[in-house]
Write a protein of this length. Structure first.
Length: 223
């Protein structure tokens, strides 16, 4: 058991506690949270000058693209970015699985304890199974042409099954409003309604995306 006190403790469900004290069990479980107005030195109480916070949540991650970190020039706009991702994402000689593992370690070291991860394939499963981080995987499906809906959804179902078989929480989600056809949207919606799957979508994250969504023109159309 450990007792840790800090100038402030953020509990996330009430205002920050001044002179907060956490009591932590041997397995890391928080047993109690208290505060003392006049905190004095106590036996076996560790004190930190600063703020204690619960684990951070990374709500939008693409672990699968870890091997592309630093490889894409910045400020080329969304069109340049999408084009470059499409060009580089299958560069297998970059040890993608190892890079995924590394990114997981970096997030844990940075205090992240839960991640919403967008995935197109099953490559991140081993890392997620062996990580102390809680992962929720959004299996991203896309296909602009209605004739692709069946195939795209079948593939997403296959990945969904692989994650589910390993007890990893996941759901099938649409990539963006402009890259998913109506029949594919309907299939995704039906499954989410049936099994209560959480949905996520990339939506107008930049000017270029908004332009493409509204008028079908701009840099994404060219990417
Ligand atoms: Zn994304």
């Amino acid at each position: 058991m450990r007792k840790i006190a800090a100038t402030y403790v953020f509990t996330a469900n009430q205002p920050p506690l001044k002179n907060g004290i956490l009591t932590i069990g041997d397995d890391g479980t928080i047993l109690s949270i208290d505060s003392q107005t006049n905190l004095t030195e106590q036996q076996s109480l560790e004190y930190y000058s600063g703020i204690l916070v619960p684990g951070f949540v990374n709500a939008h991650c693409h672990l699968e693209l870890s091997h592309l970190a630093g490889k894409i020039e910045e400020k080329t706009g969304i069109g340049g970015f999408v084009g470059k991702i499409n060009q580089l994402r299958n560069s297998a000689n970059d040890q993608p699985e190892y890079r995924i593992h590394q990114t997981d370690r970096k997030m844990w070291a940075a205090g992240i304890s839960a991640v919403g991860d967008i995935s197109n394939a099953a490559i991140s499963i081993e890392t997620k199974l062996n990580s102390p981080i809680f992962y929720y995987t959004f299996i991203e499906s896309f296909g602009f042409h209605p004739s692709r809906a069946e195939k795209a959804f079948e593939y997403a179902l296959l990945v969904h099954q692989q994650f589910t078989n390993r007890n990893l929480k996941n759901s099938i989600v649409p990539h963006s409003p402009y890259s998913v056809s109506q029949p594919l949207f309907e299939k995704i919606a039906r499954l989410a309604t049936e099994n209560g799957g959480i949905l996520s979508i990339h939506n107008q994250e930049s000017e270029g995306e908004a332009e493409f969504f509204i008028s079908g023109t701009g840099s994404i159309a060219k990417a």
